[in-house]
Design a protein around this ligand. Structure first.
Ligand SMILES: [Zn+2]
Ligand SMILES: [Zn+2]
Length: 388
């Protein structure tokens, strides 16, 4: 049995290399840590190194891993020393098993629960933890992390389809680092397993099992999403340096009265103008130009500040001042500038708050996907494996 499980793991590795069923997700990817503890919450686990079986690890028992000075993993189980290793595999006995992991870094890192198997290695930054997890189980975790636990089932169906499509389209995003996706917003937020907080999450994934979005030629459709588009979606070249023909800006009346529809932020005039002058040769002696900057207006989404000829991308201003969106207008108020903005996030693709509003108005997931991803259609992917 021990060897069988390990054989399955090896086969899984081969199948991953040849086109993939299980996902390899780097977890706690934004944290740095040299030690961690883990506790089996449900089910039994086995610990293996590349040369074979090491030990069992059962419900309620805990493991501790610490990087020593020669970058080896120092492994103990319930306080008992089990050896020094370069790589360890922690393997579940069946798909319902899950465990808790608590990394121990300089700053406190909250523990999280995970299903699936684990690969633990040392790298330059400390311990690297990979979660080998079924797509549909990963998706439940993504839905919980990206949308919270309080949405309606119909909304989770929408999010499940676009997150499944995203995972399918991006399995090579971290290929050079030896895994598929990270667990941060860079890929999709995945902060552990769905803990049964909302049946709607589970049903949303189940009811759309295997469904992904494709374009009219049957090719994968890029599925971006953000919290609120501010009433008009952005085109990809306004935010990134790529132009994707699938995305044409369109109005969205569903999100304009929702929670994150509007924002305001004050910036000192001096700071704002100095930023422009320092980074974009903006002439502070040109009174007309300064007036234009202080009274910049965006009725429709623009790509550049004031005028394209000045070459000041709005996305740069957003990043520099940590703004909620690039969709803002300016107004001078004393020594400050008041930025009045719309939306939250890049505004490309699905608008989460708009989609939630559409669900509230009785629209189906199909209608919502058609609205936000024009020209897309649903297709069944061979990609996922269920874990139920
Ligand atoms: Zn990533
Ligand atoms: Zn919107």
């Amino acid at each position: 049995m021990k060897n069988l499980k390990f054989l399955i793991l090896l086969l899984t590795f081969y199948s991953l290399q040849s086109g993939a069923q299980n996902l390899r997700v780097k977890i706690f990817s934004e944290s740095q840590f040299n030690s961690l503890s883990t506790e089996a919450i449900h089910g039994n686990y086995q610990i293996h190194s590349p040369s074979g079986y090491i030990a069992e690890y059962n419900e309620g028992q805990s493991l501790h891993l610490q990087l020593n000075t020669s970058k080896k993993l120092h492994l103990t189980k319930n306080g008992e020393f089990l050896g020094l290793f370069d790589t360890l595999f922690i393997l579940q006995s069946n798909h319902q098993d899950y465990l808790k992991i608590k990394p121990e870094g300089k700053v406190t890192i909250k523990p999280r629960q995970y299903e699936g198997d684990f690969e633990v290695t040392a790298n330059q930054r400390g311990i690297q933890l990979l979660n080998l997890v079924f797509t549909e189980s990963y998706l439940e975790g993504v839905l919980r992390s990206e949308a919270g636990t309080r949405c309606a089932k119909e909304y989770y169906k929408v999010q499940a389809i676009i997150s499944r499509t995203f995972a399918k389209n991006n399995v090579d995003k971290h290929e050079k680092d030896g895994f598929f996706l990270c667990d941060a917003v860079h890929c999709q937020a995945y902060y552990g397993r769905y803990n049964g907080e909302s049946k709607a999450i589970n049903e949303g994934v189940k009811d759309t099992y295997g469904l992904v979005l494709v374009d009219s030629a049957g090719k994968s459709f890029p599925t971006f999403f953000s919290a609120n588009c501010g009433g008009q979606s952005a085109e990809t070249d306004q935010i990134w340096n790529v132009s994707l023909p699938n995305y044409v800006s369109r109005p969205d009346t569903f999100c304009i009265h929702t929670r994150q529809a509007n924002w305001e932020q004050y910036i000192a005039k001096k700071e704002f103008l100095e930023y422009l002058s320092k980074n974009f040769f903006f002439d502070l002696n040109d009174e007309f130009l300064v007036y234009k900057a202080l009274n910049f207006e965006q009725k429709q989404r623009k790509t550049f500040f004031i005028d394209p000829s000045l070459g000041i991308p709005l996305r740069d201003i957003r990043a520099a001042f940590n703004l909620r969106s690039t969709f803002f207008s300016c107004e001078p108020v004393g020594e400050k500038i008041l930025l009045k903005g719309k939306g939250f996030g890049h505004g490309i693709g699905l608008c989460q708050e708009g989609a939630m509003e559409m669900v509230g108005q009785g629209k189906t997931y199909n209608e919502i996907l058609k609205f936000y991803f024009k020209g897309s259609k649903l297709s069944t992917s061979a990609f996922p494996i269920n874990h139920w």
